[in-house]
Design a protein around this ligand. Structure first.
Ligand SMILES: Cc1cc2nc3c(=O)[nH]c(=O)nc-3n(C[C@H](O)[C@H](O)[C@H](O)COP(=O)(O)OP(=O)(O)OC[C@H]3O[C@@H](n4cnc5c(N)ncnc54)[C@H](O)[C@@H]3O)c2cc1C
Length: 435
């Protein structure tokens, strides 16, 4: 566990409002499975469900508890698209392939809804997402992006553009110039969604163990994965450990670790707000995200709290005055919340890649990995797990498409990567500040 991690998870709204859940045992034996999945976040659980549906015996090993990582702490926004612009994929793979990757991200939104229905998961799903721009210059850039996405990716089928003279009807804030509304995207309680997926996976025969960190893996067919008190022999492995994998098992897949960087992001949860007021703040009750590089993302919870996320840290240290700083950002967006108290603050790390595209592939012929969601993974992890299961089942078309996206190591060794990233990000912060 990263040194600052414990502090980050102490005061999470999601933990405080988590549904009751079964406890899953520690692995205390030597066992076999067709597939061993490392990591019980959204990516690993999705792969496990899809593999069990295809008739494989599946063992999930989680170092901590279900949803302990990013999946149980995030903004809960289920959003179309990847973290990078589609132009990144077009440049790497051409337009036709880029269109297919876009379709994977839309299918991911549908898959979230299917799973919630199938396993009857109580996770407060709400339809709707607002992408908004701060200031006229960002508004023009967002409009240009929206027009292009509508023309070439048919994005307007599920969305509408919001002009400056109507933006206040969508979001009652002085900060935003214009934006768009996406009906197909939305938001949910991510920890309860993750816990519900685990329950669903267990109900179809997936064996889940918590507090069972995989320390080593000997490759080969079968591969052998060892925890502190047991082992699993498996024909296939899915690594879904996010940026925690190199922390828990530094020697397991060092080449993967070099392609992702942990970037801290933080959320506060307000006290419950008068429901009459919350409906005036965001009348459609959509999730909201601005188009800044260091972005603010926020939404209203089912019990009428403002869950407001933003700020980033490129070192793994938690910023000082986190709660107060985030509260100021919230009040900048909604001055109406000047007297609203903050009850929760927490955070986590996103696994960013150099180009912000997800990094899926094979570490060996029978070892698949899913990482690099770059802060855009609540929905996409579902499809990531599904297409990894398709590939293991012999239908590798979609997995191979995604794994053709090229990735590079972060420059510099472990010590140099963070300062280089901080410098690189400084430029974007300055650009955001210019409005
Ligand atoms: C604060 C925050 C806000 C975010 N907001 C959004 C948002 O609004 N919308 C969005 O789309 N995305 C968002 N994201 C990103 C999103 O949460 C992630 O992309 C997604 O949850 C990644 O899921 P995962 O399963 O890959 O990783 P995780 O959920 O991190 O799961 C990985 C799991 O693997 C386990 N593990 C690691 N190594 C081992 C090992 N060796 N043995 C056993 N277990 C191991 C870890 O303990 C962990 O539980 C946010 C992320 C953060 C941190």
């Amino acid at each position: 566990m990263l040194a600052s991690e414990q502090r980050l998870i102490q005061n999470s709204y999601y933990t405080a409002s988590a549904n009751a859940q079964p406890h899953y045992p520690r692995l205390e034996e030597d066992t076999v499975a067709d597939v061993c999945v490392v990591g019980a976040g959204l990516a690993g659980l999705s792969a496990a469900i899809e593999l069990a549906d295809r008739g494989y015996s599946v063992q999930v090993l989680e170092a901590e508890t279900i949803g302990w990582g990013a999946s149980g702490r995030n903004g809960g926004q289920i959003i179309a698209g990847l973290a990078c612009e589609q132009s990144v994929i077009e440049k790497a793979l051409g337009f036709d392939a880029a269109l297919k990757t876009w379709d994977v991200t839309l299918a991911a939104l549908d898959l979230v809804r299917e799973r919630i229905k199938r396993f009857d998961i109580k996770c407060d799903l709400v339809d709707g997402f607002l992408g908004v721009a701060v200031g006229e210059r960002k508004g023009a850039a967002l409009r240009e992006w929206y027009e292009d996405m509508s023309k070439r990716y048919h994005y307007d089928a599920d969305t509408e553009w919001i002009e400056p003279n109507t933006i206040q009807k969508w979001i009652n804030s002085p900060r935003f110039h214009s934006g768009y509304h996406d009906r197909r995207s939305g938001h949910l309680h991510p920890l309860n969604y993750t816990l519900g997926l685990a329950r669903g996976a267990a109900s179809i025969g997936v064996r889940i163990c918590e507090h069972s960190p995989v320390r080593t893996m000997s490759s080969g067919e079968p591969a052998t994965l060892r925890t502190d008190n047991g082992s699993v022999k498996a024909r296939f492995v899915v690594l879904a450990g996010n940026m925690y994998l190199p922390e828990v098992a530094p020697k397991l897949a060092p080449a993967l670790a070099r392609r992702i960087m942990p970037v801290g992001t933080y959320i506060i949860g307000s006290e419950p707000i008068d429901p009459a007021m919350t409906t005036t703040l965001i009348p459609s009750n959509s999730a909201v995200c601005d188009s800044n590089f260091v972005l603010d993302y926020f939404r209203i919870s089912a019990d009428h709290r403002m869950l407001f996320g933003g700020r980033v840290s490129y070192s793994t240290m938690t910023p000082a005055n986190l709660k107060e700083d985030m509260q100021k950002r919230m009040q900048l967006v909604f001055p109406q919340l000047a007297n609203t108290k903050v009850e929760y603050s927490w955070g986590g790390f996103v696994d960013i890649t150099m180009n912000r595209a997800p990094d899926f592939g094979r570490a060996a012929s029978n070892v698949y990995y899913l990482q690099g969601f770059s802060g855009h993974g609540v929905a996409l992890t579902g499809m990531a797990g599904k297409i990894a299961a398709e590939a293991i089942g012999g239908q590798a078309e979609r997995f191979d498409l995604m794994s053709r996206i090229p990735h590079h190591d972060f420059p510099g060794g472990k010590l140099l990567r963070t300062p280089a990233l901080v410098l690189g990000m400084l430029w974007y912060r300055i650009r955001d500040a210019l409005g």
